[in-house]
Design a protein around this ligand. Structure first.
Ligand SMILES: Nc1ncnc2c1ncn2[C@@H]1O[C@H](COP(=O)(O)OP(=O)(O)OP(=O)(O)O)[C@@H](O)[C@H]1O
Ligand SMILES: [Mg+2]
Length: 659
């Protein structure tokens, strides 16, 4: 079987058609043919099947070779068409070729048909091949195009996904240029962390925003990054828009963005965690200092007892005119002062002996109010606000006085130019969130007392140390730094909780939260501040070199109605007495003082004020005092004394028979 050749014959003569087919068959082709002789039939044949070759007569009745050619072209069918005709001149042949015929063969020269046809078939095949190649190329191009579009779409989706991740990440993320640190983009968490809106940051540099606190540190970081390209978990302090400090744990990565070297920074806000850690450390430190201070104070107190004991012994054994007496008195006074310090340290370390009773906090504040008013002086207003119907608490009344006095004195000192101190009592409920944020606090109901001032305030660094013993910002001699340490110890011992809120130039509030006493507990009545029977209106001159004690004596007497003059030593007392025009009913004086002693002072004053009574107060034993001329028969008050004992003794002397 030869090659199948499908031939469409446009020919009105069946004989001619047969001749042609025979010609082809003889060349070895397996010819499948159809003969048409009208445009309709040809169109039909073209639509029905595909053809390898069209052989057309040049002129047919009602049809022509050129019509056939046109039909092929109209239908866009690329099949070679060869004219086979008997009667044409050259001009017709040329016109036919021009019109697009593949070849022109005369019927009497049919031997040309086979080579011409084979050439045309080859050409047609080549054209088809080329077309196919073209088609596959453009198909591939199409496929590539689709692929690219899909990739682009995926990229877009992925970008969208990443942009969503970037925006929604709980970690603050910033992209900055590597060189000058100019913000390229930041996410929402970064904005939340720093307080800036995205638009306020993008385009500006970290330096312009003052974003990093420590510029030296920033330079170091950048240098390291240049070397290693990445840094993990760096502790960094940054400044927010409002100027607050925030602590972040940051990681950095050098990345290339649009051909530019950039820095990707990822930050976690650890301020809260750091704050809690700091507070825990602080609490542990206080605990440790407390143990240390308590231990030292306890042993030290014992040593002081020995020092004081031997001083007294020396006084007893030394002759009355021994020159060392003054020096020993100094030692004894210093030892007394030291005992005062150790007492405060013991309070801080919670080793004070306390008498916890059910108390009404309002009553405690009210009782202390007069003393506090005197402490603050005239240029400071003291406002007391008591919440009605407060639950009772359990504490030592004397210790509460100490707390109030220390807080109020500190508030006073924080307002050198005057101001207002508010003492306020209130019920309070601390919730779990508060307790978590305030180490040492437990959630629950409390009764609170606060002391607020509008003074100089404290920065965070100062606040971190205020409860430590001997921490003071006051000038040497102005503060020992034991006030708040004492308060702290008392608060702890009362199972209470203290918190301070303060900022530079914003004033300070200390608030102490006491747990309420057991349900149904009834507050014990406080000892009345002013027993009527111990009141008086006479004038008393108090001479005492310890300012605290002098203040206390003054207070005790003033509260009971006495008029009090005071002086820190004998010479000052003489001066005060000289200037005072009214009577002085009683001289209440220390015995052993620098300079003139109590007995000498009494003698000199009595000489000009013979009606004046004298009361000696001292911590020394009678036999030591005897050497200073203070002996039996004279009025004498043993130090330390309670306010009550002082008031009673003064009243007894002034009411008693003159001696
Ligand atoms: N209300 C306040 N306002 C501002 N600063 C305060 C206030 N209370 C305390 N401080 C600061 O705390 C420090 C410690 O106070 P603390 O009472 O322990 O000692 P002090 O007052 O310095 O000395 P002391 O109370 O022993 O005489 C003070 O020196 C001061 O810097
Ligand atoms: Mg103080």
């Amino acid at each position: 079987m030869g090659i199948v050749l499908r031939v469409l014959l446009v020919e009105d003569s069946t004989d001619d058609a047969r001749l042609l087919v025979r010609q082809l068959t003889s060349a070895g082709y397996d010819v499948q043919h159809e003969r048409v002789d009208s445009p309709g039939a040809m169109r039909d044949a073209l639509n029905r099947a595909s053809w390898d070759l069209v052989i057309s007569d040049y002129s047919l009745p009602g049809f022509s070779g050129t019509d056939a050619l046109n039909l092929l072209q109209q239908q866009g069918i690329d099949v070679p068409l060869i004219f086979v005709s008997g009667t044409v001149g050259e001009d017709v042949a040329v016109a036919a070729m021009k019109a697009g015929a593949s070849d022109y063969i005369l019927k009497d020269n049919l031997k040309r048909l086979i080579p011409a046809m084979e050439r045309e078939l080859r050409d047609a095949e080549m054209r088809r091949e080329r077309r196919r190649a073209h088609e596959t190329v453009s198909e591939r191009e199409l496929a590539v195009g689709i692929e690219r579009r899909r990739a682009e779409q995926e990229l877009r989706q992925s970008e969208e996904r990443f942009s969503r991740v970037f925006r929604a990440s709980p970690a603050g993320i910033a992209i900055t240029t590597a060189g000058e640190g100019r913000f390229v983009d930041v996410n929402d968490a970064f904005c939340a962390l720093t307080g800036y809106a995205r638009g306020e940051v993008v385009g500006r540099t970290t330096a312009e925003l003052g974003f990093v606190q420590d510029l030296g540190e920033q330079a170091d970081l950048l240098e390291q990054l240049r070397k290693v390209g990445t840094l993990q978990n760096v502790d960094l302090e940054v400044r927010t828009k409002r100027g607050d400090r925030r602590f972040v744990l940051a990681s950095f990565e050098r990345i290339e963005l649009g051909g530019r070297p950039c820095l990707l920074s990822v930050m976690h806000d650890i301020s809260e965690r750091k704050r809690l850690e700091d507070q825990l450390r602080q609490a542990q430190k206080m605990e440790a200092i407390g143990r240390l201070a308590g231990g030292v104070a306890h042993d030290f107190n014992n040593l002081l007892s020995v020092i004081i004991g031997y001083c007294d012994l020396l006084f007893r054994t030394l002759p009355a005119d021994a020159p060392q007496r003054g020096e020993i008195a100094e030692i004894r006074d210093a030892a007394d002062a030291a005992s005062g310090l150790t007492r405060q340290l013991l309070a801080f370390s919670r080793r004070q002996v306390v008498e916890r009773r059910v108390l009404d906090l309002n009553a405690v504040v009210t009782r202390a109010e007069r003393l506090l008013r005197r402490l603050v002086g005239d240029d400071i207003e003291l406002v007391v606000r008591l919440a009605p119907a407060l639950a009772p608490i359990q504490a030592d009344a004397g210790q509460l006085d100490q707390v109030l006095v220390n807080l109020v004195v500190n508030a006073r000192d924080a307002m050198p130019a005057g101001g207002t101190i508010v003492i306020e009592t209130a019920p309070a409920v601390l919730d779990a969130a508060y307790a978590q944020a305030h180490p040492g606090a437990r959630a629950g109901e409390y009764v609170s007392v606060s002391v607020s001032d509008d003074g100089v305030g404290m920065d965070a660094d100062t606040q971190a140390h205020i409860f430590e013993p001997f921490f003071t910002t006051k000038a040497v001699g102005r503060g020992t730094g034991l006030g708040l340490a004492t308060v702290y110890g008392i608060v702890k011992q009362s199972e209470a909780f203290i918190w301070v809120e303060s900022a530079r130039a914003q004033g300070t509030t200390f608030r102490v939260y006491f747990p309420p006493a057991a349900a149904g507990a009834v507050p014990a009545p406080l000892p009345r501040a002013v027993p009527a029977s111990l009141a008086g209106s006479e004038t008393v001159l108090v001479v005492e070199d310890s300012p605290q004690l002098r203040e206390l004596m003054q207070e005790v007497l003033q509260v009971r109605g006495y008029r009090v003059l005071d002086a820190e030593n004998g010479d000052a007392a003489l001066e005060v007495a000289r200037r005072h025009e009214g009577p002085i009913h009683l001289l209440l004086t220390d015995v052993i003082m620098p300079g003139m002693n109590g007995r000498q002072l009494a003698d000199r004053l009595s000489a000009v004020r013979p009606d004046m009574q004298v009361l000696f107060a001292s911590g020394y034993t009678a036999d030591v005092l005897a050497q200073y001329g203070v002996e039996g028969g004279m009025h004498y008050l043993q130090k330390p004394f309670t306010p009550d004992a002082l008031a009673r003794t003064v009243r007894e002397i002034l009411s008693g028979p003159r001696d």
